[in-house]
Every structure is written in structure tokens, then in C-alpha cells.
Design a protein around this ligand. Structure first.
Ligand SMILES: [Zn+2]
Length: 250
């Protein structure tokens, strides 16, 4: 994993080879997973997303409600994330920051920075980051590989779509459209980056490799795996190898 710079210095940076080893997957398995994603990819019109008249508090509470309705287990974790995580909502129309979640916000709980544009995408973004926080708290320090972290975040997004549909929410169809658009963006932007990197084992690690696999795995897991196995992903009890094997059996 050493990369030699022009001045002859060697810096240690992880590579594609390390990433595959860490996740215990092969190049051909990754290619197969991406192909599976191709099948459900559809072109969506990139119209402007609808407005959303919700406060940031209401958006955060909804993210929690979605989780509570989706899982019969883990409610203590979910409620503790809602109550204790520090969340900074930034105005996505002004600031070009990224949304992210980090393990420690100084109070033993994750810290979240979350984009708030005042449109329907806010629900998806908040649900994604809330899901990262749930995974961090639920896994209690166990190592969770990056593809699985993003798989958990996408699982949360699936829960949001299901919840809005089941509660006949006024936002259901527009959120679904916005989610499809996000999916299409991930597919277009990152699948190619990953496919190219898979051809060159020494390519320096890029976090964006994690999204395309996670997107497909979350969809498959959401459709085929029972609740306890899904929650096991949040708890960091299932490796990517085990997840792929379980999906192959279902
Ligand atoms: Zn994420």
C-alpha cells in the first residue's frame, strides 16, 4: 500500500487491493454486484425537487420515527440517537459543505452535519445521516467496514420510503422520485470510478467506491433479509462476506 511520490518519498495510502482484502470480496464479485444494480437502474428526469415545509427538529424527529416504525428491536439505541446526537443543519443553498456523521461529538454520541435546503431531499439526507448515527451507536465500537456503513445508511433510506408509503404521506411520491434521482446520480458518478479502479489493484483508495456496492446491497438486503439480520448489520455483527453469502442463499 505504499505510494512513491515524485520526490521519492513513500507515503502509505490504502489501495484497491487493501479495500478488497478488508471487505473479503473479489474483483469479479464487485462487478457482479454492480451488474445487479444495473438491472434496476432507470433513467429519471432531473426535475427540481418539491419544497418541504418542515423545521430541522421535525425532520430529525421524523427520521427517528421511521426507524422506530421499521424495527421492533433496538428502540433504546434509536431514541438515544434522536436525543443525544449533536446535529448541525447547514443551509445547502449557501454553503457547499457535505453532509457527514462522525463517531464522536464530545458527549459519547456521534456528531452530524446535515444539509438543509428546504426541499424534499432534506428528508433523505437526514435519514441517511441518522442511519449512520444509529449504526455507530448500535455497533458499540465494533469495526464496521465502509461498504457496510453505507449499506446501513441506504437501509435507512429504504425504511423512509416504506414508512412514507405505508402512512400515505403527502411526501411519499415526491420523496420516491427524489430518491430515484439520487440513486441515478450515484450510479452515474461512482460506478464507473469503481469499475476503473477494480482494473488496477494499486489505485489509491477513494471513499466513493463504497457507495455503488452499498446501494445495491441495501436494496437486496431490504427485500430479502429479515429484521434481525438487518439490525445485525447496524450492530456490526455481520461482515460483508457474510452479507453477500446470506443474500446468495435467499
Ligand atoms: Zn453515508
Amino acid at each position: 500500500m505504499g505510494n512513491v511520490l515524485a520526490n521519492g518519498r513513500v507515503v502509505f495510502r490504502h489501495t484497491m487491493e487493501d479495500w478488497l482484502n478488508l471487505h473479503e470480496v473479489s474483483k469479479s464479485e464487485c462487478q457482479q454486484i454492480l451488474l445487479l444494480g444495473d438491472a434496476d437502474f432507470e433513467y429519471v428526469d432531473l426535475k427540481k425537487p418539491g419544497k418541504l415545509e418542515l423545521s430541522t427538529d421535525e425532520i430529525w424527529q421524523l427520521a427517528s420515527k421511521v426507524f422506530l416504525a421499521s424495527y421492533t428491536i433496538g428502540h433504546e439505541v434509536i431514541l438515544s440517537v434522536e436525543e443525544n446526537c449533536k446535529v448541525h443543519f447547514f443551509d445547502g443553498k449557501i454553503e457547499k459543505n457535505r453532509s457527514f456523521t462522525v463517531n464522536e461529538g464530545g458527549n459519547g454520541y456521534p456528531y452530524i452535519q446535515c444539509c438543509h435546503r428546504g426541499n424534499i431531499e432534506d428528508l433523505i439526507t437526514a435519514q441517511h445521516e441518522f442511519s449512520h448515527a444509529v449504526q455507530i451507536v448500535a455497533s458499540q465500537g465494533r469495526f464496521v467496514a465502509p461498504v457496510l456503513r453505507e449499506t446501513c445508511a441506504y437501509l435507512g433510506e429504504h425504511s423512509l420510503l416504506k414508512y412514507l408509503n405505508q402512512t400515505n404521506s403527502q411526501w411519499s411520491s415526491v420523496t420516491h422520485a427524489a430518491w430515484k434521482r439520487n440513486s441515478a446520480r450515484t450510479h452515474e458518478k461512482f460506478d464507473r470510478i469503481l469499475l476503473e479502479a477494480l482494473e488496477e489493484p494499486q489505485t489509491p483508495y477513494d471513499y466513493n467506491w463504497n457507495y455503488p456496492l452499498a446501494r445495491v446491497l441495501a436494496k437486496e438486503a431490504n427485500e430479502h433479509l429479515p429484521e434481525d439480520l438487518l439490525w445485525g448489520l447496524f450492530r456490526g455483527e455481520t461482515s460483508l462476506r457474510q452479507l453477500i453469502d446470506k443474500l446468495a442463499r435467499n
